[in-house]
Design a protein around this ligand. Structure first.
Ligand SMILES: *Cc1c(COP(=O)(O)O)cnc(C)c1O
Length: 616
């Protein structure tokens, strides 16, 4: 917790008149707005920041015939201290709701640390006064003795030491100034701005209450945006919202609606959704070089391949757009495409091939049998003119996991290009692209990487890329052209890129790393799936597939009886906070439950309980 403007001194007025007075003494008039802007910094830095404002600097020169120097600064600071001390006591009233909120948090086992722009000597006046009025913290750190005050993170870290907090992931920083927000961001703590009573609002309680509700709303919106632009992860209207806010953070789930147990879009983490609260410029290097380029590199890393041999293309649209772009850009009319399919997504590759009037062979096997090396070898032997092989890794239709490594071994023996739709598995099941002999791998933002929908990506071996040049029969789905623009433009997209979605995806990759990478995610998904698979059996449901071919992504269950009312079952679960998925398979009545996304075995357990409570 910050002090003035956040916990006490509504509107952060204590230092304000003092700054004006100190500058007045130097013959330099400053405005409230100028005095407020650096609020939150240590007071010496604050005076310096005002002195360095171009208009103030100029006024000082005009009055004194020279620039301000360190002597001026120290004289000004001395009078600042003197005046502040004489009035400080009068600005220690808690902001409404603060003492009660601290009590609620404390009851939940949350410790209240605090940081400030005041010195220890100032706080020796403020703290006991505030305490007497009901505002009590568990710890106080001032900038004294630290390498720097705000926006440096040291005060937060010292609080962590003194309160024995083992990880910054367990810290929420709350403040009312831009310097506060930056302090939290620099500490890598989850940072929350509070609007009402803040320095950023800069009004007394009575002035604020006198405003019309429209004016209130628009002012609050301005403050909210300023805080978000400074990097705040969240902004709340009043401190009383903090306990609920923290609650939602700790379970990290979508709030207000339901958990999506579907194979994309899926339940995303709050961090990912919050990453979308800022706007980005598509052609600025902030975006291209710091968001798009790292994404392209990271995806290669996830596929365990080297940037010298493979490259990434990001493309607008859903996953199917990328599958179509890959087929349309790699397969020439003179080529022959072999598709080995055991579900709707394999069939869709065939539909794409027909649209493009490609020469292709569709080998359709049973939806409950996996695609194996042997099946593909047989097909390649029967069709010697095949130049491209396409398959789906995890067939989301049923949830069956096809034998990618095995097929890869076979395909490597033939002079063919291997295209894999790894849409619903990439990022959630380890894939070594090179070891599997994959030339083109397709996936999208809203599957196992746990981003939101809006674009997909194609990983391509650089050997195969030149052959794509001039091959596409669709401008917007031209993989080579998109690659060339991204490569030459350091991450630039052709046409408008889905900036917010891309920023969220960047966050999702950071979160994936934090979870422990693809291996850790794979482990979580397998645990989720085991709880679901075995638990549903216990409840009397029959999974469509045996455990051996079942993927850890999504599971199909047979209808429990001939007169099973899926819609009723679905609606009832939705009301309990879970959205499941209808079946897609042709020759049996099934429904599906996904277990990818920001969900864990406990969520699966809660789902099982909800199903147990639902008539079926
Ligand atoms: C989700 C998915 C796709 C792409 O579907 P879109 O709706 O276009 O995003 C393709 N293949 C598989 C295996 C999938 O799971």
């Amino acid at each position: 917790m910050d002090w003035a403007g956040t916990a006490i001194d509504y509107g952060c007025f204590a230092p304000l008149n003092v700054f004006l007075r100190v500058f007045e003494e130097k013959g330099v008039h400053i405005t409230y707005l100028q005095a407020r802007e650096p609020m939150g910094l240590p007071k010496m830095d604050h005076i310096k920041a005002i002195l360095n404002m171009p208009e103030v600097k100029l006024k000082f020169q005009m009055v004194h015939g020279r620039d301000w120097d360190s002597n001026d600064l120290s004289v000004m600071y001395q009078s600042f201290e003197k005046y502040l001390f004489s009035s400080l006591r009068d600005f220690t009233d808690p902001i409404p709701g603060v003492p009660e909120t601290m009590e609620i948090l404390r009851k939940r086992g949350i410790k209240i640390g605090s940081t400030t722009g005041y010195t220890q000597k100032m706080m020796d006046v403020v703290r006991p006064e505030a305490m007497a009025k009901g505002y009590v913290t568990d710890n106080l750190v001032t900038p004294d003795g630290l390498p720097a005050g705000r926006p440096a993170p040291y005060m937060i870290y010292r609080n962590m030491i003194e309160l024995a907090i083992p990880s910054v992931d367990q810290v929420v920083k709350v403040g009312d100034t831009i310097a506060d927000i930056k302090e939290g961001v620099n500490a890598k703590a989850h940072t929350v701005g509070v609007i009402i009573g803040s320095n950023e609002m800069g009004l007394t309680e009575s002035d604020f209450n006198l405003l019309s509700s429209d004016r209130k709303k628009s002012l609050m919106e301005e403050v909210r945006n300023r805080m978000l632009r400074a990097g705040a992860h969240g902004v709340i209207d009043t401190i009383s919202e903090l306990p609920d806010y923290i609650d939602q953070l700790s379970d990290g789930k979508s709030t207000g609606n339901y958990l999506l147990l579907t194979p994309g879009p899926l339940s995303t983490a709050r961090t990912v959704r919050e990453a979308m609260l800022q706007d980005w410029c598509t052609w600025d290097k902030d975006y291209n070089e710091e968001i798009v380029t790292p994404i392209r590199q990271k995806l290669l890393e996830l596929a365990r391949v080297d940037a010298r041999e493979y490259t990434t293309i990001l493309l607008q649209g859903s996953g199917t757009y990328c599958v179509e772009a890959s087929i349309g850009s790699t397969v020439k009319p003179s080529d022959k495409l072999l598709i080995v399919s055991n579900g709707a997504y394999g069939q869709r590759i065939g539909t794409i091939a027909s649209y493009y009037r490609l020469n292709y062979e569709m080998i359709s096997i049973s939806e409950t049998e996996p695609v194996t090396g042997e099946i593909v070898r047989e097909a390649l032997e029967a069709h010697k003119d095949v130049t491209h092989v396409a398959m789906v890794h995890c067939e989301t239709t049923t949830g069956i996991l096809n034998r990618l490594e095995e097929v890869g071994e076979v395909v490597k023996e033939y002079p063919v290009t291997f295209i894999v739709d790894a849409m619903s598995s990439f990022g959630g099941i380890p894939i070594d692209m090179k070891a599997c002999g994959i030339d083109v791998l397709v996936s999208s933002a809203n599957k196992c990487i746990q981003g939101v929908p809006g674009f997909g990506f194609i990983l391509v071996s650089k050997d195969k890329l030149p052959a794509c040049k001039g091959n596409a029969r669709s401008l917007s789905l031209d993989v080579y052209d998109q690659w060339e623009t991204m490569e030459k433009g350091n991450g630039k997209w052709r046409f408008t890129s889905p900036t917010h979605v891309v920023r969220a995806f960047h966050q999702a990759l950071v979160d994936l790393e934090r979870e422990g990478g693809v291996e850790a995610r794979y482990k979580r998904y397998r645990e989720n799936n085991a709880v679901l698979y075995e638990g549903m059996k216990t409840l009397g449901f029959t999974p469509l597939l045996p455990r051996e071919t079942q993927s850890p992504i999504i599971t199909s269950f047979l209808y429990p009886s001939a007169n099973f009312d899926f819609q009723g079952f679905y609606d009832s679960l939705k009301q309990k906070g879970f959205v499941i998925y209808p079946g897609k398979i042709s020759d049996a009545d099934t429904f599906r439950i996904g277990n990818i996304g920001d969900v864990n075995p406990d969520d699966m357990g809660r789902l099982l309980y909800a199903i147990h409570e639902t008539p079926y």
